[in-house]
Design a binder for this molecule. Structure first.
Ligand code: GH3
Ligand code: MG
Ligand code: MG
Length: 338
């Protein structure tokens, strides 16, 4: 016997070890584990798997009902994909996944699972490993699971914090830069327009000077919420660009619609009727500059920001509380204003 071979418990012969002790060992593993045969029937379902899923081994062994431990609707588990050679479907069925070009390695994936019997949604890390006989034929697949819910929730919360502006809770500048870059590439690839609005609060220094910085902060929060509430599509992003300036990314919005959207935002802020003290300056208002880029192989996202900024500058100089938009990378630039 080699030095690292498993030592037999006293009183057991080798056959009992193979058929009894090995099974008992898998049954007592703290890692939730189940095994499917080549008909996708459950051969083995250990105690940790019973605990994780709330499904008793006696209810699932010999059946194809293993999916019931994890999901409400029938669907393949990772081990089914390996048994049936349906590896190309992994991306459609799992939240995260990696596949190896070596079929002996199996699959790794992560997913949000409903866990119908325990009533708690869990984020599971899943390995499905093929088992081959001595002739090299696939005879079964073993699936092991790890509960990663706490780690995933912490990761998502951190990601959210890292992409949110601390004061107003809209997207922060970093998130704006990333999204604009992504949408720019999409625009070039899909030949769809991309629009951007830059929104600057009018005479905000006066608001701060009179009400104080804290009241100014409250005002910025209200403005951010008001603008976010105006956006109708999940793909639109309101971000705090910096200070009292906001930016709105509008994927797939053509130039013809941009002025209307800018005016809707401007009017929503004006109708809040947030008063400046002594009413010297009337209500809190914003000026808006916008630009639309048409698909082109040239250019970069900074051009869109620069053009929207230039339009904002014009809106300020034209008297504030107004919107001016520009069409970019067209044969001739068109401008419209209100
Ligand atoms: P306009 O844009 O109409 O030309 O005038 P403005 O007074 O808004 O422009 P300016 O750039 O002179 O002032 C911007 C002000 O915004 C000054 C700054 O104190 C204020 N501000 C920037 N960030 C914050 C913030 O986070 N909280 C508060 N309360 N004020 C801020
Ligand atoms: Mg301002
Ligand atoms: Mg400003």
């Amino acid at each position: 016997m080699k030095d690292n071979a498993m030592q037999l418990p006293k009183g057991l012969n080798p056959n009992e070890v193979e058929h009894g002790f090995a099974l008992s060992l898998m049954d007592h593993l703290v890692v939730p584990t189940f095994v499917l045969d080549m008909q996708c029937r459950v051969l083995f379902w250990n105690r940790a798997c019973e605990h994780l899923t709330g499904v008793a081994a006696a209810d699932v062994i010999g059946t194809m009902n293993h999916w019931r431990g994890f999901y409400c609707e029938p669907r393949p588990c990772l081990a089914d994909l390996v048994v049936q050679g349906r590896i190309s479907e992994t991306h459609a069925l799992y939240y995260e996944y990696t596949t190896s070009s070596d079929p002996h390695y199996g699959l790794y994936a992560e997913n949000w699972c409903v866990m119908p019997n325990v009533g708690t949604r869990l984020y599971l890390a899943i390995n499905a490993g093929p088992i081959y006989n001595q002739a090299g034929e696939l005879i079964a697949v073993v699936e092991t699971l790890r509960d990663m819910t706490l780690q995933k929730e912490a990761q998502l919360a951190l990601q959210k914090l890292a992409s949110q502006d601390g004061l107003t809770s809209v997207a922060n500048r970093r998130s704006f830069d990333d999204t604009l870059e992504t949408e720019w590439r999409r625009t070039m690839r899909d030949s769809q327009p991309l629009s951007l609005l830059m929104v600057d609060v009018d005479r905000f220094k006066n608001y701060n000077d009179t009400y104080g910085h804290q009241a100014g902060d409250e005002c910025l929060k209200i403005l951010a919420k008001t603008m976010s509430d105006q956006m109708q599509r999940a793909s639109d992003m309101v971000a705090r660009y910096g200070g009292e300036e906001f930016a709105v990314i509008l994927p797939n919005i053509p130039f013809s619609e941009l002025l209307g959207i800018a005016e809707r935002l401007r009017a929503a802020v004006e109708s809040l009727s947030l008063l400046f003290p002594e009413s010297t300056f009337g209500h809190v208002t914003v000026s808006i500059g916008g630009a639309t880029v048409l698909p082109s192989s040239k250019g970069e996202p900074g051009e869109l920001v620069a053009n929207a900024d230039a339009a904002l500058y014009k809106a300020k100089h034209a008297g504030r509380n107004r919107s001016i938009v520009t069409e970019l990378i067209a044969p001739e630039k068109k401008s419209s204003s209100v």
